[in-house]
Design a protein around this ligand. Structure first.
Ligand SMILES: [Zn+2]
Length: 80
């Protein structure tokens, strides 16, 4: 995964999705990240959650369960 701040991820996300609100996306990201740091796991398989994806889709899941893919080398994860 490519690690990125919640701030930068939110900025990129709203640029691609003009209907979304920057502050809302950023606070969802921060909330998902703190759940991850607290040990939240995917409700489906028990792997650590993918904070960036969980914030966007609205439920806590790992990368594979959210996207159906296993290669996450080009995807982003927030770290702060
Ligand atoms: Zn999973």
């Amino acid at each position: 995964m490519i690690t990125i701040t919640a701030e930068k991820f939110a900025k990129m996300y709203v640029e691609k999705n003009p209907g979304e609100k920057f502050n809302e996306v950023k606070s969802n990201l921060k909330a998902a990240l703190s759940r991850k740091k607290a040990g939240a796991v995917c409700g489906n398989c028990g792997e650590p959650i993918w904070a960036a994806g969980s914030a966007i889709v609205g439920f806590d899941g790992c990368f594979t369960c959210i996207t159906g893919e296993s290669d996450h080398s080009e995807d982003y994860e927030v770290y702060e």
